[in-house]
Design a protein around this ligand. Sequence first.
Ligand code: ARG
Length: 462
Amino acid sequence: MSKLWGGRFTKETNKLVEEYTASIQYDKELAEEDIEGSLAHVQMLSECGVISSADMLEIKRGLNIVLENIQSGEFEYDVSHEDIHMNIEKALIDEIGPVGGKLHTGRSRNDQVATDMHMYLVKKVKLFISHIEAVQQAIVKQAEEHVETVLPGYTHLQRAQPVSFAHHMLAYFWMFERDKERFQDSLKRTNVLPLGAGALAGTTFPIDRHRTAELLGFEAVYPNSMDAVSDRDFILEFLSNASMLMMHMSRLSEEMVIWSSQEFQFIELDDSFCTGSSIMPQKKNPDVPELLRAKTGRVYGNLFSLLTVLKGLPLAYNKDMQEDKEGMFDTAKTLDGALKLLAPMIATMTVKTENMKQAVNEDYSNATDIADYLVNKGMTFRESHEMIGKIVLYSIQHQKYLLDLTLQEYQTFTPLFEEDVFDILKPANVMNARKSYGGTSPEQIKVQLELANHHLKVKESV
Ligand code: ARG
C-alpha cells in the first residue's frame, strides 16, 4: 500500500524496516486522543480560515466514523502505515476521499504525537489521583478502628517502641498524600499543548494554538516549538512520580507479607485476595502484595529506560523518541492494577489485635520509658540508658520481661525505682505517653485523623 510520505521514494520499504520502525502495535492505545486532537485541530483551522467550514465538517464526519470503527473493534491496523497517526489519516482519506488530506495542514506527527501523550497523561494522572484517594480512604477507615490497638514498632526490624496500629497505617496515608500532591503538581506541566509546533519550527499557516488549547481543555501552550516537540520531561515526571508511589506501595506490601506470616500473625488478608499452592494444601499466599512489590522494578526500569533514551538526543525530534511510549503505557497499567487492588485489600484485611498485644507484652520495647522514668527522677539520660541496658541484660539472663521483675530487683540497681514504675511499663501507657505532636498517643492520632480526613474532603470538593 502506498505511503502517505511516499513521494520522494523510488523503492518499496523493506518489510523488516516496516516492522522495525512501526509503533502501531502499541501506540494504537492513543487512538482516541489522536482523534480528539484532530477534531480540535480542524475546528481551529476552519475558524482561522485555513480550511473551509464544509471541509472541516466533512473531515469531522470522517473522523467520527473512524472513531466508531476503532471503538467497535472493526478497525484494521496496518503496520505499513507505521503509527496511529498515519493509520487514522489513511483511514480518513479512504472514508471521505482526498479532502481528508487537508487534516494534516499546519501540523506534523511530531507535535501530534506529543499532544496525544500529553492528553493521555492528563487523563491518567487524574484517574490515579482518585485511585490514591481510595487507598487513603481505606487506610483512614482501618486507622479509625485501631487507634488503641498497640503493636511493636520496629527499627532495623527489631522491636523498638510500642505504637498504635492506626499510627503505623497513617504513616502510609501521608506518603500517599505526598504522592498525590506530586501528581497534582505535575498536571500544570502536563496540561500544556504542543500542537501547532509543527515539525519543529512552527508553521506558515495562520493558526491559533491558543484556540486549539481551549478546545482541548489545555491550560497553556508551549511557548517554544522546538521544546514542544523535543522534550519528554512530562513523561519522565510521570514515571518518576509513579516510581515513588510504587515504592511506597511496595513497602506497605512488604509489611502485609510479613504481618500475615505465621511468625507474626498480625493481620490476615481476606481469602478473596490470596491464592493457594498447587502442592501444599495448607498454604494461603499473599500473591498480590508480593507481585506489587516485584512490579515496582519494572516501573523503575521504565523511568531509567526513558532517561537513557533522551540523554544524548540533539534537538528536535528524533525517532529514538518513539521509545517513550511502551514504558509509559506499561507504567500506567501497572499503577492501575496496584492501586485498584491495594484499596480493597486494606479494607478487607483482619487486624489481629490480640496477637499484636501479646507481642508487645513479650518484648523489651518499653525500655526507653524506664530510661525516661529515671531521668524524671533526676538521673542523666546517658547514666539511665546504661543502667536500663544492664536491667534488660539481667532480665534476658533470668528469662523475664521488664514487667516481670519485682520492685526489689529494680531497687538493687537504684533506689530511685518506686512502685509507679510498673504503670509506666505497661505497653498501652508507653504508647499513650508519646503525646508530642505527630506522636503515637491516641490523642495525637485523633489530631492526625482529623487532618487526614480534612485533606480527603478538600480534595473531594476540588
Ligand atoms: N510514531 C512516531 C513517534 O511516536 C510519531 C512521530 C513520528 N515523526 C517522524 N518524524 N517520524 O515518535
